[in-house]
Design a protein around this ligand. Structure first.
Ligand SMILES: [Zn+2]
Length: 446
């Protein structure tokens, strides 16, 4: 077998110990130009450092990736596997887009065979882009969760997923609604029991978003979260202005959209809120105090015209932030393409602030976001996100010469940050030479 463990992967290694911040704090990241990544037979990192310093006890079969960049597997903190069919659907903003394109497709996931087939295609698409962990939305159907988790488990991947909860018309159409709160609770309990902490899987309570859940359903979700404190919670928050206005019109006692979730007991350390574009400082303080995460989804926010996420404000408030592709509203499965758009969204948002306070997204901070930052947002950084000894060895091999323009830009780059920035802006799925899950090759370009 050509990917038998233990093994040592030789190449340029880059990983992060924490957020390098706006000034690329040199203590926050490690770069080994001729590096060695030693993986044990259990698929975990044994040692990472300079090739010349590799201790004898970690010597094993060598896989030679010299001239390529090895980084931890990308973490996509927000994506819908159920929308695999309808990415690139034209011309609508959030709520119309859901009714026109998303719901008719999600209806098909009541069929287990269909859900399994799409799960397989979806996971292939992720690994081909270097993504090894994701916060995934299925549909309202229990079988859509079974199908997805079964496929992810067979591939040994670390994944977060949970049945979508939705029961309030018109934002949950009748053909996609839970039959009642007790039934939705019962199904969720069964799924938690079946899948949570099975191998590398994490269950997430997943109310689609406040408009599509009844008050009783939101309260039930909060009760389950209290009962099972180590499961995750994922939902959408303040994605577009009309959506945010509709939430405030319905929940007249709530101070803000986030407060609706807070009152239901859904704002906790393992909660991840997608988008969070239209929030204020008080919301940011609350999210930071709770230890909750935000999934920043730039391609989706641009595609649906939802608005510009304030990345700098979220990070300076101390909120955990990861990147999400949010496909099918997002336009690419590639985290490199997502970083490219994140850079631009941040530029545009910062241009509205006084010059002295502006920030930009450096390549180092971008790669932090796509790896350890995502793991922190999903509260999985004990397991994944960097090459510390004991971490699960999910990693990606990136090619500096994937396209002619990238090759040229690479050749004339003056230093590593410039080189990495070229990859962040010009790279895409063509840059992914190989993707490894627990030390085993899950994707190879050739
Ligand atoms: Zn979404």
């Amino acid at each position: 077998m050509d990917d038998a463990l233990p093994a040592v992967y030789r190449g340029t290694l880059l990983h992060f110990l924490r957020d390098p911040g706006r000034d690329d704090d040199p203590d926050a990241w490690e770069l080994f130009e001729d590096g060695a990544l030693a993986i044990g037979s259990d698929g975990r990192v044994r040692w990472a450092g300079d090739w010349s310093a590799l201790p004898d006890r970690h010597r094993a079969r060598v896989v030679d990736y010299r001239g390529r960049l090895i980084v931890p597997g990308f973490v996509d903190t927000h994506i819908h596997y159920s929308q695999y069919d309808m990415i690139a659907s034209f011309g609508a903003q959030l709520q119309d887009w859901l009714q026109e394109y998303v719901f008719p497709v999600e209806r098909k996931f009541g069929d287990r065979d269909y859900a399994e087939r799409i799960s397989g295609l979806f996971l292939d698409a992720l690994t081909a882009c270097g993504t090894t962990t994701a916060g995934v939305y299925p549909t309202v159907h229990s079988v859509s969760v079974d199908a997805f988790f079964a496929q992810a488990r067979a591939r040994g991947m670390r994944m977060v997923c949970g049945k979508v909860l939705m029961d309030k018309q018109p934002d949950a159409p009748e053909f996609l609604s839970d039959a009642g709160v007790p039934q939705a609770e019962e199904q969720t309990r069964r799924l938690i029991e079946r899948w949570h902490k099975t191998d590398r899987l994490t269950y997430a309570i997943t109310p689609r978003f406040a408009p599509s859940s009844s008050d009783e359903q939101l309260a039930m979700a909060g009760r389950l979260l209290r009962e099972f404190p180590d499961i995750a919670m994922q939902t959408h928050l303040a994605e577009s202005r009309p959506e945010t206005a509709s939430v405030l019109a319905r929940f007249t006692n709530a101070r803000s959209y986030l407060d609706v979730y807070d009152r239901a007991g859904l704002v906790g350390a393992r909660s991840v809120f997608a988008h969070s574009v239209h929030i204020d400082d008080q919301d940011r303080s609350r999210l930071a105090a709770a230890g909750a995460g935000i999934a920043f989804c730039p391609t989706s926010n641009l595609f649906l015209g939802s608005g510009l996420f304030d990345f700098a404000a979220a990070r300076s408030a101390g909120i955990r932030v990861g990147l999400g592709t949010d496909c099918g509203a997002g336009t690419s499965y590639s985290m490199l393409r997502t970083l490219n758009e994140a850079y631009k969204v941040i530029m545009l948002k910062e241009s509205t602030k006084p010059e002295s306070r502006r920030t930009t997204l450096s390549a180092l901070r971008g790669f932090y976001l796509a790896t350890l930052g995502g793991a922190e947002a999903l509260h999985l950084d004990d397991h994944i996100g960097n090459f510390r000894p004991g971490k699960e060895a999910d990693f990606v091999v990136l090619d500096w010469t994937a396209t002619p323009i990238l090759t040229h830009r690479t050749e004339i780059a003056r230093d590593f940050p410039e080189l990495l920035f070229a990859q962040m802006i010009l790279g895409d799925d063509r840059s992914i030479e190989a993707t490894y899950v627990l030390g085993h090759r899950a994707y190879s370009r050739t």
